[in-house]
Design a protein around this ligand. Sequence first.
Ligand SMILES: Cc1ncc(COP(=O)(O)O)c(C=O)c1O
Length: 394
Amino acid sequence: MSRPHPLELLEHRLARRREQGLGRRLVCVGQATGPRVRVDGRDCLLMASNDYLGLAGHPRLVEAALEATLTCGTGAGASRLVSGTLETHLALERQIADFKESEAALFFSTGYMANLGVIGALAGPGDLIVSDALNHASLIDACRLSRATVRVYPHGDVPAAARLLQEAPAEGLALIVSDGVFSMDGDLAPLPGLLALAREAGALLVIDDAHATGVWGARGRGSLEHFAIKPTPEVAMVGTFSKALGGLGGFVAGSRTLVDCLVNQARSFLYTTAPPPAQAAVAAAALSLVDEEPWRRDKLSQLGQRLRAQLSGLGLTLLSQEGAIVPLLVGGAEKSLAMGRALLAGGVLAPAIRPPTVPPGTSRIRLTVTAAHEMADMDQAAQAIAAAAREVGL
Ligand SMILES: Cc1ncc(COP(=O)(O)O)c(C=O)c1O
């Protein structure tokens, strides 16, 4: 029997995904992101961006990119360990460490790569990773690639995590891994409980604060600050510049020992070309703006409250009670696709989030608010959501 043509096989697999309502397509939003974008030639209110502080078009970030490019060029020319470490990288790493009140920090090309790097450098065969069921795909991939034993606890369940930790081998390292604010649910990890557990069990805690950095905590330091937990050497704090900080790049902040391990063993740091000077300069400018423009966090919180109040009034199920991520539970994948289409027809871009990004039966519209929105945008979004919900029978 001859094998099917490989492209036929791929077409068949794609067709199966599409039949299940799980097909994906790219949506172009025009030339730049912002509260209003252009989709298929029409103006739309964007309610799906992670540019939470509205910094992606900030003149200070644009100037930083231009100046760094004019003075330092467009590329770093080599990996960090060979000859790609520039002064802008080191200055940024000192700034990240100050921002996170940690001993040291390391800059990565993306947040995804920071997660692959930190988990892979810390854990390997013979070690145990205990991981939240709703962790981001980059943490899941990092756990798989590490070849450590991975045990998954039900979302936010500290006692369950404690039971799994008892399996930790006496000789090996134990890691607890969690999003700080969960990307698709918008809720917080039970950090006080996880930290107490890590201390009790002699484990390290890795917190991915991709959605909390710049947004959560009185000074935007992230989820630990929200819980008034002082940074401590048992915690590796991961973050990204691609969301609230309006640029691109990931980081890990923590103890000097942690960062030394990463410089020696984080493959996604070692085996890739160093980020270009402009990327590091934009990241540095964004960190400064978190302190200089605190009004952005206040505005974000007021906008979020307004949107939540409107949607709760419609009797819709929201999966988080505070923060910039407002996930609206729909259920089935097809129905959430229909909801996303109806919203777009009503002038609001907020695409459906479906498996495998979220568990089956929990497809949703993940609405996000940014400091670049206005109160009137919340009202417009709520009206469009009410009309779309009626149309699809939600
Ligand atoms: C929780 C979480 N961690 C990591 C990442 C990856 O960050 P980056 O976009 O910088 O690669 C994302 C999103 O993309 C995320 O949601």
